[in-house]
Design a protein around this ligand. Structure first.
Ligand SMILES: [Zn+2]
Length: 328
């Protein structure tokens, strides 16, 4: 059985189970977005690899007079000339035929962006959002937000994503576990913990949303493995419980929702107006409460990116590959 590791000799790993409840959701969102899971989530929300993401976007920046934040806000990017983009994808395919298509597209995007072909700041025509909840499992689920009031609060947050005029929206439940080291089975031990956590969460997930909700629903039950946090080497994938549906209030022409959407689309270019053109995709930003502005997630000037800080995040996988000058 997994145990809580008292004697940690690795640095810079921050496990969900070790974080106080206020910061856990924030950290869970970052862990999720470090992984390929973000591509699956974006895909279900109607977005491809050429997208932007803002973590914890304040709604007041998007639509005046609305409070709170959207844990994950994402939208599409556009290019000055899509035939240039298509030519770049063909070039990547012939240069690196064995690479996954997503990576070929991302690196083609990087090439075109660097030659000035990306519309920046972006004007988006498809905008999606997700709320993230994070619980953890130590033989039973903790911090599940499963009381009647908490469930009502979650449903209200989801209703707001609909009322803001987002195209699609979803709820993502993340469940962390105790850290599994070599004695407790390593990665396999962690996968077992993740499975037990998922089973323990089942009933709670079933009651999260109304039966007719257009929101998508996802769960990421992730076993923590010693040696790197869930964003680096967690055991367990993102599971889609139901696919996000198109926003029914946009389809029915709800006046207030259409007005919100108009304001939202108009505000998007201003969010990114002062930021340099991205060089990796999907490009990820943080609406940072510490810096009081939106900046690149990996911004070295942000105190959260100090390597000694528990808020430390790196760009995992493809993003690292795509953001270095080595490739493409
Ligand atoms: Zn910051």
């Amino acid at each position: 059985m997994a145990r809580l590791c008292q004697d940690r000799n690795w640095k810079s790993a921050v496990y969900l189970i070790e974080i106080d409840s206020q910061k856990r959701e924030s950290e869970a969102t970052r862990h999720l977005l470090q992984l390929f899971h973000k591509e699956e989530l974006l895909g279900a929300l109607g977005l491809g690899p050429l997208a932007w993401i803002v973590i914890e976007a304040q709604k007041s920046r998007l639509i005046p007079g609305i409070v709170g934040d959207v844990d994950i806000l994402a939208g599409n990017l556009d290019f000055q000339n899509w035939s240039q983009m298509e030519a770049a994808v063909e070039e990547m395919k012939s240069r690196e035929p064995d690479w996954p298509p997503q990576l070929q597209i991302q690196l083609a995007g990087k090439m075109v962006a660097e030659s000035g072909g990306l519309v920046w700041p972006p004007k988006s025509s498809h905008v999606a959002g997700a709320e993230v909840k994070c619980a953890y499992f130590t033989d039973q689920i903790k911090s599940a937000k499963s009381s009647k009031d908490k469930v009502a609060g979650i449903r209200s947050q989801i209703d707001w994503l609909e009322n803001m005029g987002l195209d699609r929206f979803a709820l993502v439940d993340i469940v962390g576990t105790r850290i599994s080291d070599e004695q407790s089975g390593g990665w396999l031990g962690a996968a077992g913990e993740a499975q037990r956590a998922r089973e323990a969460m089942d009933k709670i997930l079933g009651a999260r949303l109304g039966a007719k909700s257009p929101a998508g629903q996802f769960v990421w039950s992730v076993g923590a493995v010693a040696g790197g946090d869930e964003g680096m080497r967690g055991a367990g994938g993102l599971q889609m419980l139901r696919a996000p549906q198109p926003n029914p209030k946009l389809a029915s022409g709800n006046t207030e929702v259409l007005e919100h959407r108009t304001a939202l689309l108009a505000s998007i270019p201003t969010l990114f107006a002062d930021l340099p053109v991205p060089r990796y995709f999907p490009v990820t930003f943080l609406d940072c409460r510490t810096c009081r502005k939106i900046h690149y997630l990996e911004d070295a000037a942000c105190p959260l990116n100090d390597s000694a800080s528990p808020g430390n995040v790196g760009q995992g996988g493809m993003a690292t590959l795509a953001s270095t000058g080595e490739v493409g």
